[in-house]
Design a protein around this ligand. Structure first.
Ligand SMILES: Cc1cc2nc3c(=O)[nH]c(=O)nc-3n(C[C@H](O)[C@H](O)[C@H](O)COP(=O)(O)OP(=O)(O)OC[C@H]3O[C@@H](n4cnc5c(N)ncnc54)[C@H](O)[C@@H]3O)c2cc1C
Length: 318
């Protein structure tokens, strides 16, 4: 079977779990796609997972409330071994990266880490990932009977939930003793939708002109569209925006329904982080800017004139 480990927060599956499910279902490897839901109080999450896989395994235990790497690594390895999983898919998020190596070690399996593509070629798993500060795309192949894979968030499309509801099974676990204890959590309140989950992203590049103009134009348009804010590396390097908003090879990979690129040239390192967006809209004053090769809709013009007009139109004050 293909074992997909669900990530979830606040009673909902994360977008990366939908992407893992898509990767599993399109891989064409034999056996059922099995979603594993670990956690405490996860009944709603398991019900959501039942629309993404052939079957769902659930371990609902207070000891699984937090991501202790020893506990999670041991639990996933146990279930993978008992279910004779040949492929284990985990999100390459901070937590997934923390415990996935433990799963690989326990199963004596190769670990394909942070991959952006995955295919089965004659029984071997082929994958690619960015390396050397993302200057190099590395291709790898794992031929072992069991392979552990972590997938870069945003690299795959999200699976559409099925109308059919898969069967759920409770699993029993021999949990390891936790070596870490989470002693508290503070949730940062933000009004804005997260960059990797957003359906619309408004991103700005150096062409926006300044930090102040970025706030006015990019944030202003994002507010009207209910969108997340993204930035190019040039903007992050200039200190206009935090690194957490950088889109591209050395930043986040996003796949929203609409990506609006304002004053962005369209360097290959930027495109690799947003090129799979469903619709790309670009505004750039240079008609030859490379971004127009990837854009579905383009406006040749000055963002300082066009974006305020768009904002006024959306506000209904035009
Ligand atoms: C190893 C490596 C990793 C990298 N990783 C990333 C990454 O993760 N993400 C990333 O984004 N980049 C990355 N880069 C950098 C990348 O190569 C580009 O330098 C960067 O994306 C350019 O950012 P930009 O489009 O904002 O700026 P520029 O290339 O300077 O483009 C600005 C654009 O704005 C237009 N413009 C100017 N004024 C206006 C105006 N008033 N109205 C409308 N348009 C205007 C210009 O015509 C131009 O096309 C990486 C580079 C390397 C070498």
């Amino acid at each position: 079977m293909i074992l997909v480990v669900a990530e979830h927060a606040e009673g909902k599956l994360s977008k990366s779990t939908y992407e893992l499910a898509e990767a599993a279902c399109t891989l064409g490897r034999e056996g059922p796609v099995t979603l594993l839901v670990l956690g405490s109080g996860v009944a709603t999450v398991a019900a959501e997972a039942a629309r993404l896989a052939d079957q769902v395994l659930v371990a609902d235990l207070p000891a699984l409330e937090h991501h202790d790497p020893t506990v999670w690594g041991g639990a996933v390895a146990q279930i993978a071994a008992e279910g004779e999983a040949h492929t284990i898919l985990i999100a390459a998020t901070r937590t997934g990266r923390e415990w996935s190596p433990r799963v690989a070690v326990k199963l004596e399996a190769p670990l394909l880490e942070d991959v952006v593509s995955l295919e089965d070629v004659g029984g071997a798993l082929r994958a690619s990932r960015y390396t050397f500060l993302s200057r190099v795309t590395e291709r790898m192949e794992a031929a072992g009977p069991v392979v552990v894979v972590t997938i870069k968030p945003g690299a795959f499309a999200a699976k559409a939930p099925s109308a059919e509801v898969a069967e759920q099974f409770d699993v029993e676990l021999n949990l390891a003793t936790p070596l870490l204890r989470v002693t508290g959590r503070t949730l940062e309140k933000t009004e804005r939708v997260s960059l990797t989950d957003a359906e619309i992203v408004v991103a700005g590049g150096r062409g926006v002109g300044s930090q102040e103009a970025f706030t006015k134009l990019v944030e202003g348009l994002a507010d009207e569209l209910g969108a997340a804010v993204g930035a190019t590396r040039a903007v992050v390097d200039a200190g206009w925006r935090p690194y957490s908003e950088q889109v591209g090879q050395t930043g986040k990979t996003v796949q929203p329904k609409v990506y609006v690129a304002l004053g962005i040239s369209g360097a290959v390192q930027h495109i690799s982080g947003m090129g799979k967006s469903q619709v790309i809209v670009a505004i750039n004053r240079d008609a030859d800017a490379p971004i127009f090769r990837d854009a579905d809709y383009g406006i040749v013009g000055d963002v300082k004139q066009i974006v305020p007009a768009l904002i006024r139109q959306l506000k209904g004050t035009a």
